[in-house]
Design a protein around this ligand. Structure first.
Ligand SMILES: Nc1ncnc2c1ncn2[C@@H]1O[C@H](COP(=O)(O)OP(=O)(O)OP(=O)(O)O)[C@@H](O)[C@H]1O
Length: 474
């Protein structure tokens, strides 16, 4: 079932519109307090907005409050960028119709109070149990006194007669044997058939969450909402549940709130990034997370993003670096942006940059090197092209197509992008240390951090090859 949703809650600063196509899974990311749970709770009927309307497969879930409002609001992404990204990446989802839209934040063509037809004669509010919407919370919340089988059979046995019209028979209440049969099928689907006779107290967290998924799906919801379903689970259990969810979410209309971008990549067709009650970024999962439009999304995706203005000057491919371009053996196109302070940054690009228009360059911290001097520090070449800037970086480029390797480049060739700054903090992350500066972060090996004697306040020159980064329009 497709979903059209718009809602405003004034006391929470929540103002969101989005559309989800039939069979589409949308991941909602955002910091604490962004409004992710509010979105799910309004859809589930647990929280009533001041104004809004939601239509699920032709059924009005709610239609309340004022039907007109000011629509011009600003977000971190320009309207044209959001539009072009949506259009551009519609093909990414392999034929699955994709139409999430950021209406609250200035997309004039998005559904809005003023474009969804005439005001209703009275407000409408379907109670939660009549919506055909299942909400799966972080905790499994199973009925403790019922067996696993009875927990899953509970929904089909007690379907409400007044549920919205939809698929034939979906509102019918099932007899006990039929409901048990259905429950057994769903337990099988989530690999939990052997747990049917247990009580919830006899289940592990991961097992209980499997049962909760089976229970949610046994009700044949027209919209499945998942609120961080992996959050309460042991890290060792999450991958199995994620794989199971991937299977059961196939072709199902669903919204999943998560803090984990792996969920977004594995489970979702599109990503919505929320902040402060608004949608601040939206698009196909790859588009949003690999080419972020703002620092927040870049942080989620663990990428550096430098935002600036596209430069008109052409880039000499020889200056830009080896032909790897991060994209196989094709000779890459190069784009230049000018960032704060007038510094020019060159990167591979597959989308033409419009001179004078906003543009960004993204680069992984693992592909950024750090030096404590703008000049060569350990006797390597400071030649005139990136590909010869250091012997280490040249051989690394050939190996992984990524230019300089973490923490190995010590000289900064003239083709290398250089961003000076000051170390803000050093954060150990597994086998690397993330070195943060004002503009960019680098992941270095601990011995390299020690070698450079880095500490908060150390002036540094962060560098990356044009072929290790990607430039794109915003
Ligand atoms: N019951 C409530 N009454 C009033 N305000 C609330 C209520 N619940 C949440 N809020 C506020 O609404 C805003 C959005 O909160 P919400 O819980 O939707 O965020 P979230 O993105 O789900 O955060 P988290 O990741 O921490 O769960 C916050 O400012 C929060 O303080």
């Amino acid at each position: 079932m497709s979903l059209e949703f718009t809602a405003r809650l004034d006391d929470r600063g929540f103002d969101v519109s989005l559309t989800v196509s039939e069979g589409e899974t949308v991941a909602v990311l955002g910091p604490n307090g962004a409004g992710k749970s509010t979105l799910l709770n309004v859809l589930a009927g647990l929280v009533r907005p001041d104004a809004g309307r939601a239509v699920l497969g032709g059924t009005v879930l709610f239609d309340v409050g004022a039907r007109s409002r000011t629509r011009a609001r600003t977000t971190t992404r320009s309207r044209s960028t959001t539009d072009s990204r949506s259009e551009k990446y519609d093909g990414d989802s392999a034929g699955r119709a994709v139409a999430v839209q950021a209406g609250a934040a200035g997309r004039p063509e998005s559904p809005s109070f003023s474009t969804w037809g005439a005001p209703p004669s009275r407000s409408r509010w379907l109670p939660p149990h009549e919506r055909g919407v299942s909400l799966l919370a972080q905790e499994a919340l199973l009925f403790p006194h019922l067996s696993v089988l009875d927990n899953v059979a509970f929904g089909p046995r007690s379907r409400h007669g007044g549920a919205p019209a939809g698929r034939a028979g979906r509102t019918a209440r099932l007899s006990k044997p039929a409901a048990d049969d259905l429950a057994a099928r769903w337990l099988d689907e989530v690999d939990a058939a052997d747990l049917a006779d247990r009580k919830p107290a006899q289940l592990s967290g991961g097992q209980a969450q499997r049962i909760a998924v089976a229970r949610a799906l046994a009700s044949d919801p027209r919209l499945l909402l998942l609120d961080e379903p992996m959050a309460a689970l042991d890290i060792a259990v999450a991958p199995a549940l994620r794989r199971m969810l991937r299977r059961v979410l196939e072709e199902r209309t669903a919204i999943i709130v998560t803090h984990d971008i792996l969920d977004a990549f594995m489970l979702a067709d599109r990503v919505v990034v929320m902040d402060g009650g608004r949608i601040v970024d939206i698009g196909s999962t790859r588009a949003v997370l690999e080419r972020p439009s703002n620092q927040f999304t870049a942080g989620l995706a663990a990428l550096n993003v430098l935002i600036g203005v596209a430069d008109a000057s052409r880039v000499d491919a020889r200056r830009a670096g080896p032909e790897s371009g991060g994209a196989g053996s094709r000779t890459p196109e190069w784009g230049t942006i000018v960032i704060e302070g007038g510094r020019r940054i060159v990167a591979a690009t597959d989308a033409p940059l419009v001179p004078g228009a906003r543009a960004a360059v993204a680069v992984r911290p693992a592909l950024v090197s750090v030096a404590t001097s703008p000049h060569s520090t350990t006797g390597t070449s400071t030649g005139t092209s990136t590909s010869t800037s250091t012997s280490t970086s040249t051989s690394t480029s050939k190996r992984n197509g990524a230019g300089i390797s973490p923490g190995t480049a010590t000289g900064l060739g003239t083709g290398t992008n250089v961003v000076p700054g000051t170390v803000l903090d050093l954060e150990p992350r597994g086998d690397v240390v993330r070195v943060r500066t004002e503009h960019i972060a680098a992941d270095l090996a601990p011995n390299r951090v020690a070698e450079l004697d880095l500490a908060p306040g150390t002036p540094v020159w962060c560098a990356f090859e044009p072929s290790a980064a990607v430039a794109y329009p915003l």
